[in-house]
Design a protein. Sequence first.
Length: 152
Amino acid sequence: MKFIRPLSPIIRPDSQRGFTLIEILIVIALIGALAALALGNLGGIFGGQQEKIARQFVRDTARTALIAYRLDMGTYPSTEEGLRALIQAPAAGGTRWRGPYLETTVIPEDPWGRPYQYRFPGQRNPNGPAGYDIWSLGPDGVDSDNNIGNWD
């Protein structure tokens, strides 16, 4: 007579065992904590870039546009005309104005959403009264020694 073996439960080796719910929850919590740390540090990473952007505008972008304006008009825009004269002909411009001198239809704002400050003749620029001052109030928005200007 043949002996029939009873069916026994299938035993899997440990290498094929799945994850428990607790292990999955721990991994999700760790990923969430790492994501929160990374997002929290983005402000510090981009904060430094905002100052670089403002510095580049006052040193390079505005400078190039203002020099082109001066070559056409014979002088920089007055404090009253401001940076608007770079995108829109001033009333006293006549036919000499060949702008716009910036590639935008609105006056640019600094990285913190405030208008750049402009003054001609300048008071802080190393070129003295023959130059102009252009600056951002910086992250604090207060006119102080930590402004980002073309005199730095």
